[in-house]
Write a protein that binds this ligand. Structure first.
Ligand SMILES: Cc1cc2nc3c(=O)[nH]c(=O)nc-3n(C[C@H](O)[C@H](O)[C@H](O)COP(=O)(O)O)c2cc1C
Length: 199
């Protein structure tokens, strides 16, 4: 088996598709193999937030303009995808952005699409699962579901605004801060953001 790290990425129908795109780009630059799946609502929000991106000049698949040999895409109904089974050994999985619907479904163990099944597999196999939940405000139900996931070993990284660096930070810097925290938990070295105490 190759030493290349295999990272699962799931995109659901919450606001934040640009965070997922940036994460995937950095994972590919870090020589990871990325296994990508999107929920049906995730595809809608990608269209809403990314539109027809022109960056790479190629049509791309799930993400317009993003194609790569090490980016493998799987439909939400493809339960033959490697991430659907514990035997396939993803090194980590990140669900970004993650809706409250998917948080609830994972907490209830429904496994009713590939993304939710893959999350269930990561939890049962005790491998790193990171969720980036996006909703405001959070209800008692959302918080209870998030607590349930945290107690099952899932890392919860909300995409919060950060003002450590400088007041002039724009959206790109805010995205990099969130992606940097995700990468730290996936175990991938990065210097996307100046670390505390190193200024
Ligand atoms: C444009 C758009 C933005 C949305 N943003 C959010 C959001 O930020 N957080 C959330 O929990 N749901 C959001 N939703 C609702 C979810 O997409 C909806 O609950 C969906 O059923 C979730 O399915 P999924 O978890 O399988 O992607 C949004 C829907 C649309 C159309």
């Amino acid at each position: 088996m190759s030493d290349r790290r295999r990272i699962g990425v799931g995109i659901t129908g919450a606001s934040g598709a640009p965070i997922a795109v940036r994460l995937i780009e950095v994972l590919l630059e870090s020589d990871c193999e990325v296994h990508l799946t999107c929920s049906k609502a995730g595809r809608l929000v990608i269209q809403e937030e990314l539109g027809p991106r022109q960056t790479a000049g190629t049509p791309g698949g799930m993400i317009p303009g993003l194609q790569h040999d090490q980016l493998l895409e799987f439909s939400e109904r493809d339960f033959y995808a490697p991430m659907a089974s514990g035997s396939s050994r993803l090194d980590a999985m990140v669900i970004v952005p993650c809706t409250m619907g998917t948080i609830g479904a994972i907490a209830a163990g429904t496994s009713d699409n590939l993304l939710r099944r893959a999350a269930d597999v990561m939890i049962k196999e005790r491998r790193p699962l990171i969720v980036v939940p996006r909703e405001a405000p959070l209800s008692e139900i959302h918080l209870e579901n998030l607590l349930r996931l945290a107690r099952a070993g899932v890392t919860v990284i909300p995409p919060v605004l950060t003002f450590y660096q400088s007041p002039g930070d724009g959206v790109a810097e805010q995205i990099d801060f969130v992606v940097s925290r995700i990468l730290d938990h996936v175990g991938i070295d990065n210097d996307l953001y100046a670390r505390w105490g190193k200024r």
